[in-house]
Design a protein around this ligand. Structure first.
Ligand SMILES: Nc1ncnc2c1ncn2[C@@H]1O[C@H](COP(=O)(O)OP(=O)(O)OP(=O)(O)O)[C@@H](O)[C@H]1O
Ligand SMILES: Nc1ncnc2c1ncn2[C@@H]1O[C@H](COP(=O)(O)OP(=O)(O)OP(=O)(O)O)[C@@H](O)[C@H]1O
Ligand SMILES: [Mg+2]
Ligand SMILES: [Mg+2]
Lengths: 252, 252
């Protein structure tokens, strides 16, 4: 059975999508079978993998609202598999709000697919709403991308409270894999201080190494590539490979 | 009557909050009376202004859900006035979804305060949900902060569709003031290309100057200051002052 990781942080623009895409690509390089799940109505992961709505057989919206089997909407980009999103997922959020068992919609949809994979990575939107709750309910562990700046750091405490709620009500075994320092600018005191304070202030492990800030990462989405394909020798690509090694180890 | 501007972009981390705070401070420097509205349950603007939930007499949640007068929850930090947010605003979002006239809650709450101000700036969350719809319904114009990278640029088309919807249904006079290039790294081809493509691909005006990427901006929130107070001579502070001059001109 695969390891299911929710990549979550309600602060915007902290590299959730980039981390899901890059880690997914790095795990596939190591020969693992990987499924990515785009749970954001803005569909940035789907776009970053080169898919437009007109290319899709369907999206997670159809799975959640119309109960289509997830396998029917699954897309494949090279060795990476994806359950794609479209803007209709906004409708799924509203639909779920009134449904009993609404936190389990994603977990139920994923269940038939799980035996086919070694790792499932879920890309969450920048909110702690019902879509993120679904990801936390379906996951074994949470991976928290952290942009090492003040506004990003303070949200993590709120996220940890939400994780505690999910443990009480819908997923008692939910763990926290740790924090990944993203778009890290090691030359600034601010980033160094924020990173150094994580174990003490948040009580979380920092999974090494930090992913350095690099224009190669920002360039990749418009080329429909992950940074591992766009700039395979870059420091950022190597950092995501090292993180993938850590995660692959934990997934045994 | 004041000019009401919604600062909106559903992409996360594109400097919506930073732009509201910095522009607000710059407009106050010019002697204008400014009200800031924190419409994000993550309350980053409220935090950046040095306010914690325990310091507050109340928040926008009480105004929207319990119909408290906005004046009762208004906070003052120096010359800047603020309608603060707390995480309870998540509850306001759910409350509004089932209410008739739900798009007008903010407009109604602001109305009694408007005569006291020259400019009102509304900080939106990273979504196109009911809170952002409230901001667009209450505003004269939308200001769109744009991080000059691919994932941020593609969301603006979606935002423009939402603005068109609001014009059809709840605010026929809603205008778009233009795009502000935020955290701009002028040395990279990517940022230059994205910025240059805005008029052609999005049909929007770019309000000069771009706000340069600067560690001074990222340092400011943890010191409860805007970049204008923290680093008044920095290029980023000067850029926000120039933008404030442009906006003050349009607000006559
Ligand atoms: N290591 C890095 N170096 C430089 N740019 C990066 C890096 N990681 C991510 N970025 C860029 O930063 C921006 C934000 O990243 P991303 O969209 O992955 O964040 P997110 O947390 O998923 O955002 P949202 O909250 O909107 O979903 C993107 O333009 C991305 O390409
Ligand atoms: N010009 C700049 N230079 C450097 N850092 C900046 C600049 N503008 C903003 N930042 C930093 O970038 C991060 C994101 O900015 P901010 O929180 O204002 O974006 P946002 O769009 O409001 O995010 P969200 O979508 O989560 O509400 C913050 O840590 C902020 O301090
Ligand atoms: Mg994302
Ligand atoms: Mg913000």
């Amino acid at each position: 059975m695969p390891r299911v990781l929710a990549v979550a942080n309600q602060k915007g623009g902290v590299a959730k999508t980039t981390t899901v895409h890059s880690l997914g690509a790095a795990l596939v390089e190591r020969g693992l079978r990987v499924l990515l799940v785009d749970l954001d109505p803005q569909a940035c992961l789907t776009f970053s993998m080169g898919l437009e709505p007109q290319d899709l057989a369907g999206s997670l919206h159809d799975v959640i609202v119309h109960h289509r089997p997830a396998e029917e909407v699954r897309a494949k980009v090279g060795e990476l598999h994806l359950l794609p999103a479209t803007i209709d997922l906004t409708g799924a959020e509203i639909y779920l709000l009134s449904k009993t068992g609404r936190e389990y919609a994603l977990a139920r949809a994923l269940e038939p697919l799980l035996p086919q994979y070694d790792v499932v990575l879920i890309d969450c939107p920048p909110s702690l709403g019902i879509l993120t709750i679904n990801a936390l309910t379906a996951a074994h562990e949470v991976l928290v991308p952290l942009q090492c700046e003040s506004l990003s750091q303070r949200g993590v405490a709120q996220l940890l409270e939400t994780i505690a709620d999910v443990r009480s009500f819908t997923n008692k075994d939910l763990g926290v894999a740790g924090v990944v320092a993203t778009m890290y600018d090691g030359r600034t005191r601010l980033a160094q201080d924020v990173l150094a304070s994580v174990p003490a202030t948040l009580g979380l492990e920092v999974l090494p190494p930090p992913v350095p800030k690099s224009i190669r990462v920002a360039e990749a989405p418009s080329l429909s590539r992950s940074v591992l394909e766009h700039a395979p020798r870059s420091a950022a690509a190597e950092a995501y490979r090292a993180l993938a090694a850590t995660i692959a180890e934990r997934c045994r």
